[in-house]
Design a protein around this ligand. Sequence first.
Ligand code: PLP
Length: 363
Amino acid sequence: AFNFAAGPATLPLEVLQQAQAEMLEWQGTGCSVMEVSHRGKQFEACNAEAEQDLRDLLAIPSNYKVLFLQGGASMQWAQFLFNLCGSNPNGDYILTGEWTNRAVAEARKLLPLWGGSVNIVASSEDRNYSYIPDEGSWKRRKDANFLHICSNETIQGLEYNFIPEQLGDVTLVADMSSHIVSRPVDVSRYGLIYAGAQKNIGPAGITIVIVRDDLIGKARPDTPRMFDYKLMADNHSLLNTPPTFGIYLAGLVFKWLKRQGGVEAIERKNIAKAELLYGYLDSQDFYYAPVEKGSRSRMNVPFRLKDESLNAKFLAETEAAGLVALKGHKAVGGMRASIYNAMPMEGVQALVAFMRDFAARNG
Ligand code: PLP
């Protein structure tokens, strides 16, 4: 079956097979990675190697820390505020859908308490979050602490095809949960990148944070210990018991990505998969893609049947054909095909062939 689910995890078959083979015997330890001490040399090496491989893949500059945390991307909505807002609690946000709305909701609880404010710089709510607002229309504050974006809105299926301009000292913060390692990224343009790992990287339970050195060590005094990036960085993310299995599996995915030729090669595949699917959607009028062309995500492709009364039939038949989990998120309805790194081209070809046939039979 081809799994088009938006999450929690879509993993390459090769990686699952390797994890299965190592489940009872990992690196001569006589047990699985989950059963060895996270302070032991084997796990420390696994942790360090995973970090190095991610650094290599994304060409992360040496003045950035890479942290493997827990709590999901959702926890970052609060955690990064404690770390960044030691002296300036003013945050700018771009609203592009479900996940940025949730990030803003957390900021609205905390920033006013600290004497600051949340500013919505731009929003695409007016057209149902079907586009990324044009940068020329953004109303940014030069004295904001940070500008927060979600560079791939998983539910609405929007992806930035540009990096916002630097404005004064404003730190650019990005939620990259659903497209990290699907394409190269110029990390140096961001102060902070965070991502729940469970789309392109590994199982749920590990959260990646990439943060510039000069932004850490200035957390608010009321920052809980577990929230403090500096403490986590000083302890190589081993401040408390880390998500060892998640880090191990992420490490296997990073090696797999390197074998694929890195993020440049995986990007070419992702472009080809997305072009095939959007190309088909735009070529006929049985289905349509609601997101405007310049803002379409390569990872999450929402689409709708013109005749929505056929939705249940479409879903039942796709499931029966081994094309699973195509139902759109309940917040938007319709269909959504998530085509992360682990989705082979054959999966997208099979989907398009099915859609063509379904349209012919029901049009
Ligand atoms: N941000 C984005 C872009 C997401 O896709 C998700 C989950 O799918 C989240 C945040 C929330 O992540 P988590 O469930 O890891 O907290």
